[in-house]
Write a protein that binds this ligand. Sequence first.
Ligand code: NAD
Length: 497
Amino acid sequence: MSTIQHLINGDLVTSGDRTAEVFNPSTGAATGRVQLADTATVQRAIDAAKAAFPAWRRTPAAKRAQVMFRFKQLLEQNEDKIAQLISEEHGKTLEDAAGELKRGIENVEFACAAPEILKGEYSRNVGPNIDGWSDFQPLGVVAGITPFNFPAMVPLWMYPLAIVCGNCFILKPSERDPSSTLYIAQLLQEAGLPPGVMNVVHGDKVAVDALIEAPEVKAISFVGSTPIAEYIYKEGAARGKRVQALGGAKNHAVLMPDADLDNAVSALMGAAYGSCGERCMAISVAVCVGDQIADALVARLTPQIKALKIGAGTSCGLDMGPLVTAQHRDKVRGYVDDGVQAGAQLVVDGRGLSVSGHEEGFFLGGCLFDRVTPQMRIYKEEIFGPVLCIVRVDSLEEAMQLINDHEYGNGTCIFTRDGEAARLFCDEIEVGMVGVNVPLPVPVAYHSFGGWKRSLFGDLHAYGPDGVRFYTRRKAITQRWPQRASHEASQFAFPSL
Ligand code: NAD
């Protein structure tokens, strides 16, 4: 059984007796123990980051970017190993794991542009012999706290950009699947990052609270469930920190009567059941405008859901692996029981699934509910499993009202051939990321990612241009070099041109 250690100041270290089991969800077997940091260990990481900061912030941006170029190369060279590590602890298929790594690498590529993105803004002659400019300066020690569902991609949303902006970083990954995250951080070290600039501390609430309470930590990026996002935002902001806290989701796809059904069905299959529905951008509600499209959708989805290829994530050619832990599988199954009790029509029931040779794995088959109503728990709450709910409405306006009334506002999409409907939807929907005939509208790395309402606490979205703003603070400098012959008299009125 492996021991998963912290990475502090370039070294792998242990912290003590507190550990947690890590499982292979496909077999149900415990495969490792991850160290859970105490406050002293977190402080060690903070001290290392603080000590590394003065030299790192003075390192030219182009040199910082060179580390990221080497990092990108190492990530690509080790893609198979990383995908294997992800799949063994998360359970997602190897293809899906490789996909998340590719999306993560996009963020490293964006960070390679550090000299360009940190150029600042310059104005010559803002007054007589006066030039003015804005610098983007690093904050110092910053931290990231990440969820289990993207152990490679979500951390890569954060630290490559934070680091090229001149900060030193402490990452607290999910304790449920920490190995790939740690391995990737070691590759960054191998790429030539000075010790202390990037640190990884594993742990639970104890480690998170230590990061929140430390005055040296100037900013926290969080991605995870809404209750924890809200907690971290409130506690961090109360201590004067900059916080961006991305939370949970309930993503609706609207199917208009004129939708291209073939396209919509194949898009929905991937978006609802890919990664077992454990994606913050997964589509978990299909809102059908009219009974005709709803009936057609149910008829098309049913055989495809029943035919999903489900097995150990590390086997090839599968659609879905297991859920991450036995507790999470039981929680999702509990939602399915609840939906049945509440009167929703369970068209496909995945609860009885057993995968031959993997009977102890945390599997659940794809489930489809029809005639779900907004009062039901399966509609209101995030299930985070392979469960798609169909809600039937009479008009686009009703569909939009439903979405706008939901507490979450992460992602949504509309399937239609009607440009007018799509335009209205994009304009009026209260959701941060919108797709038109695109089910998972995850922005590319040079845009920014974030939801609205209770899917995000804070002002700035993750990565891209907002990420640069989040990990830097502006300094506006106004400089005057008087010409020798022109000494000006004192001016007592407020300076103006
Ligand atoms: P989680 O909230 O349980 O855990 C996220 C992080 O918070 C982990 O590092 C965990 O150790 C830490 N944590 C857990 N409980 C804590 C507590 N009481 N105090 C302090 N820290 C605590 O989330 P998860 O189950 O790992 O991930 C799934 C959730 O993340 C879903 O709700 C999903 O929608 C969300 N998510 C959101 C996005 C997004 O971009 N909005 C992306 C991915 C995942």
